[in-house]
Design a protein around this ligand. Sequence first.
Ligand SMILES: C[S@@+](CC[C@H](N)C(=O)[O-])C[C@H]1O[C@@H](n2cnc3c(N)ncnc32)[C@H](O)[C@@H]1O
Length: 530
Amino acid sequence: AIERGVKVHCSALLKHSLSSVSFRETLECKYPLSSFNLVNFSSSPSKPTSDVHFLTSTNDENKCGETDQVEEMPEAFPLEIQVKRITNTAGLMRNYILKSIDVSVSRPSLVTGEEHENNMRIGDDEEERDNSRLCQSGIPLTLNDSKQQRDSMEFCCASRKDDLAGAGSFIRKNKKYGMKIYSYEGRGFWQEEGVEYRHKLKQKERWQGESFHLLKSRGQHLLTNPRVLDSIIRRAKVLPTDTVLEIGPGTGNLTVRLLELALKVIAVEIDERMVNTLQNRVAKLGLEDKLVVITGNVLKMELPHFDLCVSNIPYGISSPLIAKIFLRSFKSCFRSAILLLQKEFACRLLAKPGESDFNRLALNVRLVASVDFLMNVSKKDFVPCPKVDSSLVQIQPKLKIPDINLDEWLGFTRTCFSKRNKTLSAIFKQKKKIIDLYENSQSNIKNCKTTENEDRVGDYDLDGTNESDEGSATSLELGLQNSTEVLRFKEKIVRVLKDGGFGEKRPSKLSNEEFLCLLQLFNKEGVFFH
Ligand SMILES: C[S@@+](CC[C@H](N)C(=O)[O-])C[C@H]1O[C@@H](n2cnc3c(N)ncnc32)[C@H](O)[C@@H]1O
């Protein structure tokens, strides 16, 4: 509230028979409710900076029901729900570094089955009416973003004669902005689609009270929607004999699911805090024998053997990681990689020749693998909520890969895509390019196939378009510019393009087969690209 001027009103309305009592209190909230999972209802001296995020779920908050009774509670649920029979109250509670919120209302002494008017501020559709019925005779506590009236959190707890049970909690988004209900599950909690309660799953999704800053710089956006996680696992088609590689397991939301299905999971994680959390969590589930954790930077290590890779990767390393998985494992056999990628990146990866966003990345990956779209994932399914949506793709290595030198291919596609919308004859007219190519061709003419793929894969630039005209101008440049040799070399290039019918074509419209054909024509004439 202090930092951003966001205020949250916490209001509790108690309705019982003819009388109603309402109660309102203004609380401080650092984040707008649109990122409610992260709402930290306190202003502590150690404020999070803009690039760190709080996991606000603590062990204490993973409680609800009777004060002395710990029940299933969803992760990241920011408030403790307390039902105190002795004082006959129900409330929301949060303690965080010397600050606390405690909103409670007295339970009605007797409520019998009548349908209470839920304290909803949002449109009244069927779903809401259903929910309303579900929390008959409940005590609704509502937290609303008072500025925007967009998001709200509701808490209902059904009150019966001698008992206070059955609580429900969900965050709603206003219909105007696209209705969305985020249900929290657990004992006494329901899901909007009537899916069965999932105690076991919730147990898996807890990270047992550990709380730490999530670092944007490491792409730490945790996927927390259980349905999306399940859906990814279903699509990955894990076999009981599989060794699964997971890059960036984080707190283990995907890992625990993979462990249930696979023979073994090898998880590569750079952040030791995550590793500890993951190992604790997996140990509590008794699945530790199936898990191998490698702590370190995935880009700087030899990848282990695996049958399947299933990962929600840090988006910042998408391109080098895909290069590593698919080019390093160029000739090794794994079934496929199911990767959650930034949506825009996935679109570029899926682009086909002739499509507006066809690019060098798509071309290079398609040389060794096929890429399929599986599903989109909303940014809202992550904690903290990133700025971009995501897409799940499946990348399958091709069984038969063209017998070419990979360095050569990557150098060739880099040259061709240096001006993606120009014709190839215009691209190959650039003086510096000709001189570079001439030098390459001279030095590599006898050595066009190297065995260096394994060692140099980390350097592969799959994606770069290198739009500049700068070649690696050398001391030879001036001396060679006018030499007849270079002129002849240039004529050769023009001839290859013309005879092959490529001169007027644009790289963004050529298929892999056409690129391969052109490369062969160049090589035949002694023109090499690495
Ligand atoms: C997008 S999060 C995914 C977490 C988890 N899989 C999930 O879906 O909730 C990415 C994870 O990759 C880890 N990570 C980031 N860079 C890495 C690297 N270079 N090598 C290995 N892990 C990395 C982060 O620490 C983080 O845990």
